[in-house]
Design a protein around this ligand. Structure first.
Ligand code: GLA
Length: 395
């Protein structure tokens, strides 16, 4: 792993010393299993070769100073005074600093001691685009604090502590998928993850298939979106259905057939949300089987089916995402295309025959410009390894 040059030069300029370590944590796409993670369901994310990078050096105080290079902003907070979300001068923390402060808060609530540090942060995961820019930042800070303070936690617990930071400190009720994927990425593989049992296994991506990400350039903020509302609707569905299906504790437990029998009990909006989740869970299990059997065409068809469900039943798409998927699926070599992440803007992920990847990218942008009038950004990505730390220089 080679850190970006500007991270090292900026760190040296700001702090007049080199960092002692550099941490990286990837973003992710999700191939199938949309909005199933917080329903105890299954997901199939892929960590991608775009990363949050953090250079750090321990300080002898309780202060964490972080320079966000991409924003050209810096913040200093006391790692033991985090409840009020204020900096060392009692000013409210800027929103971006809630992620590192939340991680510090969550780690310490779980009895992991922390030391202060000077740090510089930069990221190649675009913000608010459905590629888990926030989870990448959280995970980068978690592994930095682990390395700098000197304790060791298992990867899954650390992912869960990052999720708590996002749920309880930042205030977004996200599931575990993003932090899980950023921690556990495996080169060349998707990650089949059971969000209830926390068991997971890598699923190799076929070599002749490219992972093409297309960004609508429409931005959303997870906290402001209807994300929390979607989660609440799922919980309400479980509450109503459990009167008749006593063994369920999450929508993951509801079989498609049982859902069909009892769906009339649910108010219309809740019924649509629950139907998406119940069928998407089944689709994810089928999809993984297809991918493991090397049947990319059937897998791609399930991606497209799942996207229609996210659009029509879960209602988390937008015209720009719909346009990207429609165009993509009409182009040669495209196996599957769907929105990735929470939705409401952001990116689509496309599985495209390698030989067609370049022309696919070109035609997708050209046609998107014609139909939507915007410039999509396209990345052909690799399935990457999860978060890590590089020891750097001497203390
Ligand atoms: C966001 C959340 C995830 C997951 C997806 C939808 O990325 O952070 O936990 O719920 O949306 O699948």
């Amino acid at each position: 792993m080679i850190p970006p040059d500007h991270l090292l030069s900026s760190f040296a300029n700001i702090y007049q010393q080199p960092p002692t370590l550099i941490a990286y944590a990837p973003g992710r796409v999700n191939l199938i299993g949309g909005h199933t993670d917080y329903n105890d369901g299954w997901v199939l994310p892929v960590a991608i070769d775009r990363y949050a990078w953090l250079a750090a050096r321990p300080s002898s105080s309780d202060i964490a100073t972080i320079h966000a290079l991409d924003l050209d902003e810096s913040v200093s907070f006391n790692i033991h005074q985090l409840d009020d979300k204020i900096d060392i001068k009692n000013r409210p923390l800027p929103k971006w600093a809630h992620y590192p402060a939340g991680v510090a808060w969550s780690l310490q609530r779980n009895n992991l001691t922390l030391t202060g540090f000077d740090a510089a942060l930069t990221s190649t995961v675009p913000v608010g685009s459905g590629l888990s820019s926030s989870a990448a930042v959280e995970v980068a800070f978690a592994v930095t604090w682990e390395a700098i303070t000197g304790w060791q936690a298992d990867r899954m617990s650390l992912a869960q502590l990052c999720q708590s930071a996002e749920n309880q400190y930042v205030g977004v009720n996200s599931g575990l998928m993003d932090q899980f994927a950023s921690m556990h990425g495996v080169v060349g593989n998707a990650l089949f993850f059971d969000c209830r049992t926390l068991e997971w296994e890598p699923v190799p991506l076929p070599e002749n298939v490219a992972l093409v990400i297309a960004d609508t350039t429409v931005r959303r903020t997870l906290g402001d979106s209807a994300y929390n509302e979607r989660r609440a609707a799922c919980e309400e569905a479980v509450r109503i259905l459990s009167d008749h299906l006593p063994n369920i504790t999450a929508l993951r437990d509801v079989e498609v057939q049982d859902f069909e029998t009892h769906q009339h009990l649910l108010p219309p909006v809740i019924r649509r949300r629950a139907e998406h989740v119940v069928r998407e869970c089944a689709r994810t299990l089928r999809g993984v089987e297809k991918l493991q059997a090397g049947d990319v065409s059937s897998f791609g068809a399930l991606m497209i089916e799942g996207n229609a469900s996210l659009r029509d039943l879960y209602e988390v798409s937008c015209p720009e995402l719909d346009a990207l998927v429609e165009i993509a699926t009409s182009l040669p070599g495209c196996f599957g295309s769907r929105l990735t992440g929470a939705g409401f803007g952001g990116c689509t992920v496309n599985l495209v025959e390698q030989a067609h990847a370049e022309s696919f990218a070109h035609e997708l942008t050209a046609e998107y410009k014609v139909r939507v009038g915007k410039d999509a950004t396209i990345w052909i990505c690799q399935a990457a390894e999860g978060a890590g730390v590089i020891e750097w220089g001497s203390e």
